[in-house]
Design a protein around this ligand. Sequence first.
Ligand SMILES: Cc1cc2nc3c(=O)[nH]c(=O)nc-3n(C[C@H](O)[C@H](O)[C@H](O)COP(=O)(O)O)c2cc1C
Ligand code: SF4
Length: 106
Amino acid sequence: MGAIPVHDTPPGPFLDYAAAIKEAIDVPVVAVAKLDDPVLAASAIADDKCDFIALARQMLCDPYWPQKVKQRQLDKIIHCKYCMTCHTAQQKGEPIRCAQNAKESA
Ligand SMILES: Cc1cc2nc3c(=O)[nH]c(=O)nc-3n(C[C@H](O)[C@H](O)[C@H](O)COP(=O)(O)O)c2cc1C
Ligand code: SF4
């Protein structure tokens, strides 16, 4: 698995690493990678695996994720499919765009 996990990687693949780092040091730890499921994101913090979660691709896909979670509109979240179209564009030197939410991320 690479540093940017793709669609067939299970959610939250680095959470156990975050938890191990949190055990070892005494500064806030931010977990990242495939944490777009609000239940998983909340439980990662509640279970003390991390202090914060970061969203990269999910925010390209639906920048209203935080607002929708706060307002309990989970069914309205447009979830990232982890297809890597955004990253491929960046690697080619093109503007980053989202395959399923081009308007939002333009
Ligand atoms: C288009 C794109 C550009 C990224 N650029 C950087 C970068 O410049 N530096 C970095 O540390 N990580 C970069 N990342 C990795 C993200 O910060 C993040 O660690 C990774 O995408 C996993 O999180 P996610 O599942 O929330 O996308 C990039 C990811 C994507 C998709
Ligand atoms: S193009 Fe959109 S759906 Fe595909 S990985 Fe990037 S943010 Fe997610």
